[in-house]
Write a protein that binds this ligand. Structure first.
Ligand SMILES: Cc1ncc(COP(=O)(O)O)c(C=O)c1O
Length: 416
């Protein structure tokens, strides 16, 4: 008989096993998030709408021919390694590739031994949260921030709080205020470059102050550099990790600059933290896929990544321009939006009477999809905001999709 289940007759057993009863057995953490991201991804998958929803890279940037060649060589010369389990911390070649990428793009060398290879940026966040966060611990995030991070923190039952941002990114004075009340937060999560969801970046002159504030208060600063290498301009502000490797854990991903299909990312930071995250990974997927790690490391070592990024930045800049031009042409008065200089997103704000959630279905009927702004906040803010991703739509679809949204918002503003 099942442990702890007293079955007194056939009907009692079937009651216990009724499909509707499984949710009663779910752990409390299972109710914390997940649905919204699933809904976004399913919208992004439909082919009959112009989609500005998921933060998907443009398939045109996938280096298919180079990867065909690299895969063939790898499977001919190195299949025993490429198809085998790999060390939890990552293959030496993958750690070396990440370390060289960081040195060339951030100007500071990192010992490959201090790099953890992860299965995407989201796994790095999960491992970090699992390492630090107990139920009820405070975690601070930008308001708004990446939905996947909110879900990772909430999934471990953190008390997640938003800190205001403005055109220059996180407001460090607001952070100081948040740090003077309540228990010391375990983590502060920031996306300094071309942020998801707003496209805004942290001003250069705020970066050292932010690192210093975290150091003074003993708060681990989690820097997510998902879009750092997709800036449209030559200038590259210092990474937070380069300014404070003692107090910053940097999380990166190959999803936006290489291909999400390989599910690869990284974490670098204080040795004790990376060590604990590596132990947590042993208790999770044990290792990231060796085939993807080897493809990525050869792609980086042979200079393909740098070359590929040149074209990718150009493509995303022309799509961003197409979106900004279309917004200028089609949006009614009272609607404002950000002007990203990198990354995938424009953040649009309509009048206070507009609720972006109410317009999802009418927009879908017009054949256009976006993500409403409220899930990117941990409180009830953002109802009148829309996240528009220009990364995966063609320029003509961008113009047409924005025209349709403009029609919707114009009729909405006329009727409100
Ligand atoms: C800011 C940010 N961090 C991390 C990720 C996760 O990326 P990955 O595909 O590597 O899990 C995303 C993906 O959308 C993101 O926008």
């Amino acid at each position: 008989m099942e442990r702890g289940v007293k079955v007194t007759g056939a009907s009692a057993a079937s009651d216990l096993l009724a499909p509707t009863s499984w949710p009663e057995l779910f752990a409390r953490r299972a109710s914390r998030g997940g649905d919204e991201l699933t809904a976004i991804l399913s919208l992004a998958a439909s082919s009959d709408v112009i989609t500005f929803s998921g933060g998907f890279p443009a398939p045109e940037t996938f280096p298919v021919e180079v990867l065909q060649e690299l895969t063939r060589t790898l499977l001919t010369d190195d299949s025993a390694l490429a198809l085998q389990y790999s060390p939890t911390e990552g293959l030496p070649a993958a750690r070396a590739a990440i370390s060289s990428l960081i040195e060339s793009r951030q100007g500071v060398a990192v010992d490959p031994a201090e790099v953890l290879v992860t299965s995407g940026g989201i796994e790095a966040l999960q491992l970090l949260t699992r390492t630090f966060v107990e139920t009820g611990d405070r975690v601070l995030v930008e308001a708004p921030t990446y939905l996947g991070a909110i879900m990772a923190f909430a999934g471990f039952e953190a008390e997640v709080e938003g800190v205001a941002i403005d055109e220059g990114g996180l407001c460090v004075d607001e952070l100081e205020r948040a740090l003077t009340v309540g228990p010391r937060p375990k983590l502060l999560y920031v996306i300094p470059d071309h942020q998801n969801p707003t496209g805004l970046s942290l001003a250069t002159d705020r970066r050292a102050a932010l690192v210093e504030t975290c150091r003074r208060h003993g708060v681990l600063l989690v820097e997510d550099v998902a879009y750092r290498d997709l800036g449209f301009d030559d200038e590259l502000p210092p990474s937070l990790w380069s300014l404070g490797p003692d107090v910053v854990v940097q999380i990166g991903t190959f999803s936006k600059i290489f291909a999400p299909g390989v599910r690869l990312g990284w974490a670098v930071g204080p040795a004790a933290v990376i060590g604990a995250m590596t132990a947590a990974k042993q208790n999770s997927d044990q290792c990231s896929g060796a085939l993807g790690q080897m493809l990525m490391s050869r792609f980086v070592a042979e200079g393909h990544l740098e070359r590929n990024l040149v074209g990718a930045r150009r493509l995303y800049e022309s799509r961003a321009t197409a979106m900004l031009d279309a917004l200028e042409e089609h949006m009614p008065d009272g609607v404002t939006w950000t002007h990203p200089r990198g990354g995938f997103f424009v953040w649009l704000s309509a009048g206070d009477t507009v609720d972006a959630r109410d317009l999802v279905a009418p927009a879908a009927r017009l054949g256009v999809a976006y993500v409403p702004g409220s899930p990117f906040f941990v409180d009830d803010r953002g109802a009148n905001s829309f996240r528009l991703a220009y990364s995966r739509a063609t320029e003509s679809d961008i113009s047409e999709g924005v025209r349709r949204l403009g029609t919707l918002l114009t009729s909405g503003s006329a009727s409100s």
